[in-house]
Design a protein around this ligand. Structure first.
Ligand code: ATP
Length: 282
């Protein structure tokens, strides 16, 4: 049975004086979806997310989040959301355990603070004061605070900035687990690999406008793009773009008498199509 979208946005516009930060954005996010917003610095990602969180008023347009206009969202509505904002300041004297436990009391049906601390990988630091944590560990506390209320919809603004590679992978597993429980997740990120790994759909925003939207694997016709076959021949690297890489490689192998030295076959990565889109839009 189809359900109403968790997020529905039509003609969203945000102006700061003369500058238009968000320009005529239309967007729907379905229940249970993981949606990633990509775009260069200053593109309008945070502004869009903060309007959806009820932290900024749009200049024009219509937004509904869990069926409510975010400008009018009350405490009950807010308790259904989780938020990890871009920069909070956790220079507190409280310990990890104290702050997560304290936040849990704000919500009607919180997760166990112990479980959340474990999920974000801070069990060893649970008795450390926040101000003594590293940048990446503080970010993990922020992620813990965003999820402790068992949100239906979780906003994550650049959640893994400052994470080491292992923490990032661990975070990805955490997002998988939340998504499999049915949590709808909207994240912004500059890590294309992260968007590819996590998102059911991505939206690319440039200068306030959404220029492409779709599953990462097929964004901008990526799956139909030519493959580039590279190999070594006569002491140099040769490359050839083709729509039929298998047939090309078979012919090449036959011409070179079997093994093809230094063979690689590459399709455009999400980063390739993203950079092309950004360049074209600029
Ligand atoms: P980043 O990747 O750097 O976080 P972003 O895509 O999240 O960027 P926003 O923070 O939404 O971008 O900013 C969009 C535009 O709006 C930028 O040009 C920014 O300078 C401008 N802007 C954001 N907040 C304000 C504000 N409070 N007053 C004036 N201009 C603002």
């Amino acid at each position: 049975m189809p359900t109403d979208p968790v997020i529905s946005v039509k003609g969203l516009l945000k102006r700061y004086g003369e500058r238009i930060a968000v320009h005529d954005v239309d967007l729907e996010v379905a229940r249970g979806e993981v949606f990633a917003l990509l775009g260069p610095n200053g593109a309008g990602k945070t502004t869009t997310v903060e309007i959806l969180e009820g932290h900024r008023c749009p200049t024009a347009g219509r937004a509904r989040v869990l069926g409510v206009d975010p400008v009018k969202g009350d405490a009950r509505w807010r308790a259904r959301l989780g938020m990890v904002v871009q920069s909070s300041h956790l220079t507190d004297e409280l310990t990890v355990e104290e702050v997560v436990g304290h936040f849990a009391t704000y919500y009607p049906s919180p997760r166990s603070p112990d479980e959340v601390i474990e999920l974000v990988g801070l069990t060893e630091q649970r008795n450390q004061r926040l101000r003594s944590l590293s940048g990446g560990q503080q970010r993990r506390v922020e992620v813990a605070l965003g999820m402790v209320g068992r949100p239906e919809l979780l906003f994550l603004d650049e959640p893994t900035t400052g994470f080491d590679p292992e923490a990032r992978r661990r975070f990805w597993d955490l997002i998988d687990a939340l998504a499999s429980e049915g949590t709808t997740i909207v994240l912004t990120t500059h890590y294309l690999e992260e968007a590819e790994r996590l998102a059911d759909r991505v939206g690319v925003i440039v200068a306030g406008r959404i220029v492409a939207i779709g599953p990462p694997a097929t964004l901008a016709g990526r799956h139909r793009a030519a493959s580039v076959v590279r190999w070594r021949e006569a002491g140099r690297t040769v490359e050839h773009a083709t729509d039929r890489p298998t047939a090309f490689v078979l012919e090449l192998s036959s011409r070179l008498g079997g093994e093809i030295p230094g063979l690689t076959i590459a399709r455009p990565t999400l980063e390739d199509v993203y950079l092309e889109m950004i360049g074209a839009a600029a």
